[in-house]
Design a protein. Structure first.
Length: 402
């Protein structure tokens, strides 16, 4: 038995190393955002390596779309989990996240070294690029998550709430009201019955423990941050809550993080938007923007702290939800609430498009023209976002000479 156990342990370790190397390669090359990431994953793990079949992969995506957090990173966690257990999940996250996190932390040091963020023309170009990127995200999310009159109205109502109450309280209220409105008005059509099971072995006990830890931290961290205090604990609380509330895609992290770090004075609005623009130019998950913010606030150690805090809810939710997924996805009320929440987060991003993105990025007719050109490249010419960001920064620098 001990020999068999040792062999199994070594097998898991070798598989975890394999997972780390494959996801590190993807972390270096996966440009294009969450939807593109899922395409890269399918090609690598379904078509090429056959770690999952098509039906199981689709089922994993369905689960991760249901949960708050970065969907593509959560799919990666589930794939690593299925391949090499909990060590495999950690390896998948590390490999996929590390390249972009390091790049953005280095960018944070570069911004500090250069100085004059508010007056730098090329940094202003990053803010203009962010206008185009967020506008395209709003359009895409409106089409998929608010395609009818009821959900479009709910999205605009959520935007009004967030603009009227520009704090995290306003954002949480909009999400909660969206869920309640979904239960009340969006229950038509019934729930879909799952046809396949995800091939992952996590006991209900482990899932329950993970969910208890998730909700326990969500309640305990704000209390600890307010009573004990200290910058590291306050940052961990803020970024953990953000990672727990992001529905609808990586771009929704923008308004949630902005409400946490800018009003508190930890990061200036100019530095925030410059980093957000730079995050479009690197591969991997957009949530690594948290590493940039932490580095700006307090150096690389704070960057690592914020990075771990914003991704920790994803670990706990994926592990916690998997054993209960079959029953959960059958629920009509759960699916209706999710429709309402998704419509509300479109409103959150719509509000963020106006403030802080538009108000900081568009200050002249030249800025508007450059933003329109950037949107055209993204929307009609299908230009990669990283290239649009570079072109916008270069164009802003050139226009500043005239």
């Amino acid at each position: 038995m001990e020999v068999d156990g040792g062999v199994a342990h070594r097998t898991r370790q070798s598989r975890a190393l394999e997972v780390l190397l494959v996801f590190f390669k993807l972390g270096l090359t996966s440009f294009g955002g969450p939807v593109a990431h899922l395409g890269y994953f399918r090609e690598e793990f379904v078509a090429r390596r056959k770690w999952l079949d098509e039906a199981s992969y689709v089922d994993v995506i369905a689960l991760c779309q249901f949960l708050p957090g970065p969907a593509s990173s959560q799919v990666g966690l589930a794939i690593g989990l299925s391949r090499a257990g909990y060590l495999g999940a950690l390896a998948a996250w590390t490999g996929f996240t590390l390249p972009s996190a390091i790049a953005l932390m280095l960018f944070a040091y570069g911004v500090e070294a250069i100085g004059g963020v508010a007056t730098s023309a090329w940094v202003h170009g990053l803010k203009i690029a962010a206008v185009a990127v967020v506008a395209l995200a709003v359009l895409a999310m409106m089409r998929s998550l608010a395609p009818d009159r009821q959900r479009a109205t709910l999205a605009v109502a959520a935007a009004c709430i967030v603009l009227a109450v520009p704090t995290s309280l306003g954002q949480i209220s909009a999400i909660v009201l969206g869920g309640l409105a979904g239960v009340a008005f969006l229950r038509e059509g019934g729930a879909t019955k799952p046809a396949f099971s995800i091939p992952l072995s996590i006991t209900r006990l482990h899932g329950t423990i993970a969910l208890l830890v998730f909700f326990g931290l969500l309640i305990a961290l704000p209390l600890a941050a307010s009573t004990v205090g200290g910058l590291p604990l306050q940052l961990f609380d803020s970024f953990y809550r953000t990672g727990s509330l992001v529905f609808g895609g990586g771009h929704v992290v923008l308004p949630l993080l902005q409400a946490q770090v800018v009003p508190s004075g930890w990061v200036t609005n100019d530095a925030f938007l410059a980093g957000y623009g730079a995050a479009q130019a690197v591969p991997g998950p957009l949530f690594t923007f948290s590493a940039y913010l932490g580095t700006v606030i307090g150096g690389w150690l704070m960057g690592v702290l914020c990075l771990v805090a914003v991704f920790l809810p994803s670990f706990l939710l994926v592990i916690g939800a998997l054993p209960f997924w079959e029953a959960l996805r059958r629920g009509t009320m759960a699916q209706a609430a999710l429709k309402g929440v998704n419509a509300a987060v479109v409103g959150l991003l719509l509000a963020a498009l106006y403030h802080p993105v538009w108000t900081a990025g568009i200050t002249s007719a030249k800025d508007f023209a450059l933003a329109a050109a950037a949107f055209l490249l993204l929307f009609m010419w299908q230009t990669p976002p990283w290239l649009v960001v570079i072109l916008s920064a270069a164009a802003a620098g050139a226009l500043a000479q005239f």
